[in-house]
Unconditional design. Structure first.
Length: 456
């Protein structure tokens, strides 16, 4: 709230929707968007587990790798325009992210600014202590039954801690694992003074946040299908903006002059794509009811969103548990010209035989013919004529790295010891980082907020 008065409307820009998202659209929003808040949502299910592995190698790392590039580009505009930033770029190390952000602010001469690190989502110790009683949501088995090293356990926190940080006059709020939409809902709660048990308002806010938490997906990203669903100027895709009123009235838009499209069809796709029960969508802040939501095109690239409702938040929070679970070996090569499919099929037979002869232990082996059966397998449409080229991909899962490496070696030996006229292969070995889920009581969370104050 500015001067203790709630604003008439609030403009929140979606600057990112995953760890490696583009930098330029968010910078443009910071420069020209007239934003009150710029939100960078950068965490997928596995991102924190990967970040935790990075932090194990270097305790100063574990936050988003693009944090510095993003903030150097956008913070001068945010400072000039009075735009606050809320982001999950803290990942596995919000404190480290806050220290780095403070250093950037000092170097750019943007102080005074207050940077908040929101802590409490890391519940690894709690899960370790209670592994016999916590049940995996995927199977019902106890967490202790997992065969592999648990490297991370992070609870999906809600908006409340971000609101507290904003109450403490933070200009930039860096979190670890919070629910994606909570990053957008927190500024609404803070600026409008919404009660955190006004479930219908929170439900409407959550619906609007759900539209933009995937960033440019709602302004044309992943929507285009030329001739059926056309998206103009997709290369210059504009990222979305929520224009929200205190009563929940919401207009979704993007900057004029940017590419993409915002219409009822794309908003409908975005609203529905990952909802389980539309009348009972569970989030840390509110259980959302989408069944009365209405989408109305009010102008070009302007959609009004109404009708979101909600009920009391759940007493448990979801936790994503990252587990080291073996290795995957991959290898692929191309055959071209007449008879390429027959040569590729012979290559598959040769590799399978040599893996057996060599005693290679794979828990699973997948062979794909890219461009033919790699997505739909046996359900793929039959080819009307033999293609000129085919790329064959082998992927094997193993408990031990040596077996994953051996798969790549056997594919590599096809060059000179297999069917004729292949390309050189590409091989890779990577560690498997599996994700499981458990529920823990809210009372298990030990939240805190650390403020880094940059005076000049």
């Amino acid at each position: 709230m500015k001067g203790g008065q709630a604003p008439a409307r609030l403009r929140i820009g979606a600057g990112a929707s995953y760890a490696g998202d583009r930098i330029e659209p968010a910078t443009l929003l910071a420069e020209r968007g007239g934003l009150d808040y710029l939100v960078y949502e950068t965490l997928a299910e596995r991102t924190i587990a990967l970040a935790q592995l990075a932090r194990m190698k270097d305790p100063e790392k574990g936050y988003n790798e693009l944090l510095e590039d993003r903030f150097r580009a956008a913070l001068p505009h945010c400072k000039r325009n009075g735009t606050r930033v809320v982001t999950s770029m803290g990942a596995a190390n919000p404190l480290g992210a806050a220290r780095k952000t403070a250093a950037i602010i000092r170097e750019l001469g943007l102080g005074p600014m207050r940077v908040a690190a929101v802590l409490g989502d890391d519940v690894h110790d709690y899960c370790a202590r209670n592994s016999q009683t916590l049940s995996l949501m995927e199977s019902g088995a106890p967490l202790a039954s997992i065969d592999g090293e648990i490297v991370s356990a992070n609870a999906y926190l809600g908006a409340d801690l971000i609101v507290d940080a904003l109450h403490q006059r933070a200009d930039i709020v860096l979190t670890g694992r919070v629910a994606d939409c909570s990053l957008f809902l927190a500024p609404m709660i803070h600026e409008f003074g919404w009660a955190q048990d006004d479930w219908n308002l929170l439900g409407q806010g959550q619906v609007c946040a759900d539209m933009v938490e995937c960033g440019a997906n709602v302004s044309g990203g992943f929507f285009a299908d030329p001739g059926y669903k056309d998206v103009p100027d997709l290369g210059n895709l504009g990222y979305p903006i929520i224009d929200m009123a205190a009563d929940g009235d919401c207009i979704l838009s993007k900057l004029d002059g940017t590419g993409g499209v915002i219409n009822r069809a794309i908003c409908t796709e975005q609203m529905l794509y990952e909802i389980h029960d539309p009348s009972n969508y569970i989030t840390p802040d509110v259980v959302v009811d989408f069944t009365a939501v209405r989408l109305q095109e009010v102008a070009k690239d302007r959609v009004r969103i109404t009708g979101g409702r909600g009920r009391a938040w759940p007493e448990s929070l979801k936790v994503s548990v990252g587990v080291k679970e073996g290795w995957i070996g991959e290898a692929e090569l191309t055959y071209a010209g007449l008879g390429c499919i027959n040569r590729a099929r012979l290559a598959e037979t040769v590799v399978r035989d040599r893996l057996r002869i060599g005693g290679v232990q794979l828990d699973e082996l997948r062979v794909d013919y890219i461009g033919m059966t790699s997505l739909h397998g046996d359900a793929s449409l039959p080819t009307q004529c033999e293609p000129y080229e085919v790329r064959i991909r082998f992927a094997g899962r193993a408990k031990h790295r040596r077996d994953a490496v051996k798969l790549g070696n056997e594919v590599e030996t096809l060059v000179g010891k297999g069917p004729s006229a292949s390309s050189l292969p590409r091989t890779a070995v990577r560690e498997v980082l599996a994700i499981y889920s458990v529920l823990i009581p809210r009372a298990a969370i030990e939240p805190s907020i650390v403020i880094e104050e940059v005076l000049a």
